[in-house]
Design a protein around this ligand. Structure first.
Ligand code: ATP
Length: 311
């Protein structure tokens, strides 16, 4: 649906976006994830035709950003980082204004505003001034604005930035509901957001794509390492370490907690092979009473740190 091809943007000598290419397919909810200054906002601005790239291209179906910016703008609903709302207007008047600009009049306008009020949970605040609204409600109004012309694609720049935890989960629910029918590309530096909302994640760092794939695959595929945590009712760490160190795939045995009646250890394993059976065999052979034994699943946060760390 969206094809980004070798997109590059320089601000003077600063390369904000560096030859990035990716595709977004119909129905996907894609998270553009990256630390501050990674180039997310710049990419989204180019995609929505609010900024020209230095080189490269973006295509939406048969249209491209150079020849058909208006066609592209009409098919994409864009929620910028801080939604440009008119603070002195009532929410209802503002939505009527947006609908009017989009060519919706009379009955059609009335019905669309009604639909969006329901979808974005605006019914209670329709007759409030925008300046009176909490940031969460302002964001909902911004979403309704972006959705007004019923675009096929929504581009959301940091949609939950600055919201409290309740507002975050409400906006996420709305995005998920919208995502059942639309294609969504959203940017975020909040890892849990990408994990909770998106079915695909593109990690961007210093203007370059460093990972692109299904959220679940990105979590597991970036490294061969994993951790196994073991808790024993046994206190002689040295003998435990000596035995477990003998497994070739175990790279490190670390004491993470020591109590009068037991120890907790963490084993760093450096091979895709699952060595839990070997670890368990050694524990059984030595008759160490086992309290806990589990493989630590990698979080997206860990992957993100690995892929975006400074060298
Ligand atoms: P954040 O999460 O902080 O919003 P981001 O990933 O959206 O970051 P961008 O805002 O795209 O990153 O910025 C990428 C780089 O381009 C940064 O180094 C930024 O300082 C620079 N930059 C962005 N916009 C401009 C501009 N208008 N003029 C000059 N430099 C800019």
């Amino acid at each position: 649906m969206i094809q980004v091809d070798k997109l590059t943007k320089y601000f003077g000598a600063t390369c904000a976006v560096d030859q990035i290419s990716f595709e977004v397919k119909k129905g996907e909810i894609v998270g553009l994830l990256g630390p501050n200054g990674a180039g997310k906002t710049t990419t989204l601005r180019i995609l929505t035709c609010y900024m020209q790239p230095s080189s490269g291209n973006v295509k939406l179906k048969d249209y491209n950003i150079y020849d058909h910016p208006l066609k592209i703008k009409n098919q994409i609903g864009y929620l910028p980082e801080s939604a440009p709302l008119y603070p002195e207007m009532l929410v209802y008047d503002y939505l009527r204004f947006v609908a009017g600009v989009r060519g919706l009049k009379g009955e059609k306008q009335f019905l669309r505003i009604k639909e969006l009020a329901l979808l974005c949970g605006l019914n209670e605040i329709m007759h409030k001034s925008i300046h009176e609204l909490s940031k969460g409600y302002k964001q909902r109004v911004g979403l309704a604005h972006a959705m007004m012309s019923n675009p096929e694609i929504l581009v959301l720049d940091e949609p939950t930035s600055g919201l409290d935890p309740n507002q975050i989960s409400e906006i996420r629910e709305i995005i998920k509901a919208i995502g059942k029918e639309k294609t969504i590309l959203l940017s975020t530096h909040i890892l849990s957001e990408a994990d909770a909302t998106c079915n695909r994640v593109i990690i961007i760092n210093r203007g370059k794509i460093v990972a692109d794939g299904a959220t679940e695959d990105i979590k597991k595929d970036t490294s061969d390492e994993y951790i196994v945590n073991v808790s024993l009712q046994f206190t002689d760490f040295n003998s435990v370490k000596k035995s477990l160190d003998a497994i070739p795939e175990v790279n490190e045995v670390v004491l993470t907690n020591s109590k009068s009646d037991g120890i907790e250890i963490s084993l760093k394993c450096v091979n895709k092979k699952d060595v839990r059976p070997e670890i368990y065999e050694i524990i059984k052979k030595n008759d160490w009473p086992l309290l806990e034994f589990y493989k630590k699943t990698k979080t997206l946060e860990k992957t993100f740190q690995e892929l975006t760390k400074e060298f």
